[in-house]
Design a protein around this ligand. Structure first.
Ligand code: CTP
Length: 401
C-alpha cells in the first residue's frame, strides 16, 4: 500500500526524533517517497543533512524561505502528500494543531492538509498524561486525525511509563492501515493459521510443516481493510500482528473450541490452518522409552473443524484451503462442496514457490459457481488481498436487498 505513495514526515523536537532516520529508511524500503519537514527544535536532535541524505529530497523547515518551486512550501507539500506522519509529535505540535495555530511550516501545513495525518506522540509520562494534552489529542482524533498511542516503557528522562515512541514497525503498520481502503469495515473475520501439534508424550508431538505465513497475511490484510479480526493460531514463530485479537492454541481440539467460541459473532471464516487430521489415541504422561521392538502408534481422528463450521454456516462466508500433492482440482472441488465452503484456495505443493514456509504462493481460487481464478506466483500478502477481494465481492452480493 505504501508503494508509490508520497509521505510527508513531520519531525518535532523530542529525543525520539533521532529515530526518524530509521523510519525514513523503512518507508523508502517499501518504495514510498518521503519528504521531511522539521520544526526548529527538531534540529537539536537530528540534522537536516541526515534526513536529506536518506529521503533523497531537500528538507523543509522554513515557511518563508524561497523554495524555487511553483507553489509556496506549505501549499505545495500539502498537495504533494498522500499522507503525513508526525513522529515524534510533541505536546507543542499537538496543542498547536488542536488550536489551529499556524506559526511555523509544519503547523501551517496542518491547517492546509486534506489527506490523512497520523500523529505519533512521544514525551515524558507526566506530559503525556497531562489532561490538557490528552484533551488536545482527543480533539484531533475527533477531527479525523489518526493517533497512534505512545508505548509504555523506560523513557529517555529516566522515568518509566507511557510516552515512548511506539516501535517503528508499528508506525509503518499504522501508516499502511491508514492508506488502505476500508472495504471490510464493520465485518468480523475469523482466521485460523499455522499447524496444530498433537502430543504423544511430554517430549514429542505430531505436526506438519505449516509456517502460518498465509493465515497471518490474511489476518493482517483484513485488519488493514477495516475488519475486526480474530486469529486462532497454532504454534508458529511469526511476530504477533498488531490490531488483531490473537488466540493461541496447540491441538486441533483446542482449535475447534476456539473457533466455535468465535463463530457466532463472525461473518467471515477463513481456515488457512493445516489441522492435523489425527492425534495419538493415548497421551503418555511420561516419556515413552525405546525398546528392542517396533513401536506402533494408534491414532484417533481429530474433529474436522471447517466441516463443523459448514454445518452451522448460516449466511457466513466460509473460505478453506486445499494443499494437495495429487489431483489438485478434483480434490479441491470435493472439499469445496462437501465442507459447504464458498471459496476454496487450492495450491499444489509441487509448484515452485507454493505451499509451506515460502513467502510466495501459487493458488487457484475455486467458487461454488464453478469459477476458477488462477493467480500467478505472488507474495503471500498479495494473495491474501486477492482472496479478500473475493470475500468482499461475496459480502456485497449477499448484502444486496
Ligand atoms: N480442516 C479443518 N479441520 C481438519 C482438517 C482440515 O478445518 N481436521 C480445514 C483446513 O483448515 C482447510 C480445509 O479443511 O481449510 C482442507 O484441509 P485439508 O487438510 O486439505 O483437507 P482434509 O479434509 O483434511 O483432507 P485430506 O487431508 O484427506 O486431504
Amino acid at each position: 500500500m505504501l508503494k508509490g505513495k508520497n509521505i510527508l514526515l513531520g519531525i518535532t523536537g523530542g529525543i525520539a526524533a533521532y529515530k526518524a532516520a530509521e523510519l525514513v529508511r523503512m518507508f523508502v524500503a517499501r518504495e514510498a517517497s518521503v519528504k521531511a519537514v522539521m520544526t526548529a527544535n527538531a534540529e537539536y536532535f537530528i540534522t537536516p543533512v541526515t534526513l536529506e541524505t536518506l529521503t533523497g529530497n531537500r528538507v523543509y523547515s522554513d515557511t518563508f524561505k524561497p523554495t524555487g518551486e511553483r507553489d509556496i512550501a506549505h501549499i505545495g507539500l500539502a498537495k504533494w502528500a498522500d499522507m503525513t506522519v508526525i513522529a515524534p509529535a510533541t505536546a507543542n505540535i499537538v496543542g498547536k494543531i488542536a488550536a489551529g495555530i499556524a506559526d511555523d511550516l509544519l503547523s501551517t501545513i496542518m491547517v492546509t492538509m486534506k489527506t490523512p495525518v497520523l500523529i505519533c506522540p512521544a514525551m515524558n509520562t507526566d506530559m503525556y498524561s497531562n489532561p490538557i494534552f490528552q484533551n488536545n489529542l482527543e480533539k484531533l482524533s475527533k477531527g479525523g486525525f489518526h493517533i497512534l498511542d505512545a508505548a509504555s516503557g523506560e523513557l529517555a528522562c529516566g522515568t518509566e511509563g507511557p510516552g515512548r515512541l511506539p516501535p517503528l514497525e508499528d508506525i509503518v503498520e499504522a501508516a499502511e492501515t491508514v492508506l488502505t481502503k476500508k472495504d471490510l469495515q464493520g465485518t468480523r473475520v475469523l482466521v485460523t493459521a499455522g499447524p496444530t501439534q498433537e502430543p504423544l508424550d511430554p517430549v514429542r508431538y505430531i505436526t506438519n510443516h505449516s509456517s502460518g505465513k498465509m493465515g497471518y497475511a490474511l489476518a493482517l490484510k483484513a485488519k488493514r481493510r477495516g475488519a475486526e479480526v480474530t486469529l486462532v493460531s497454532g504454534p508458529v514463530s511469526i511476530p504477533e500482528p498488531t490490531g488483531v485479537r490473537l488466540v493461541k492454541v496447540t491441538t486441533a481440539v483446542d482449535m475447534k473450541e476456539a473457533v466455535m467460541e468465535c463463530l457466532e459473532e463472525s461473518q467471515v471464516v477463513i481456515k488457512a490452518a493445516a489441522v492435523a487430521d489425527y492425534r495419538p489415541g493415548r497421551l503418555s504422561k511420561s516419556k515413552i522409552k525405546k525398546t528392542a521392538k517396533p513401536l506402533t502408534l494408534s491414532l484417533e481422528r481429530n474433529p474436522d473443524i471447517i466441516a463443523e463450521v459448514g454445518i452451522r454456516k448460516g449466511n457466513r462466508i466460509v473460505v478453506g484451503f486445499a494443499l494437495e500433492t495429487d489431483d489438485l482440482m478434483e480434490n479441491a472441488l470435493k472439499k469445496l462442496t462437501s465442507k459447504k465452503m464458498d471459496l476454496i484456495i487450492a495450491n499444489d505443493l509441487g509448484e515452485p514457490g507454493a505451499g509451506f514456509r515460502h513467502d510466495t504462493n501459487v493458488v487457484k481460487i475455486l467458487d461454488v459457481d464453478g469459477g476458477v481464478e488462477t493467480l500467478p506466483m505472488m507474495d503471500k500478502g498479495d494473495v491474501a488481498d486477492r482472496i479478500l477481494d473475493r470475500v468482499v465481492g461475496l459480502l456485497n452480493k449477499y448484502r444486496k436487498p
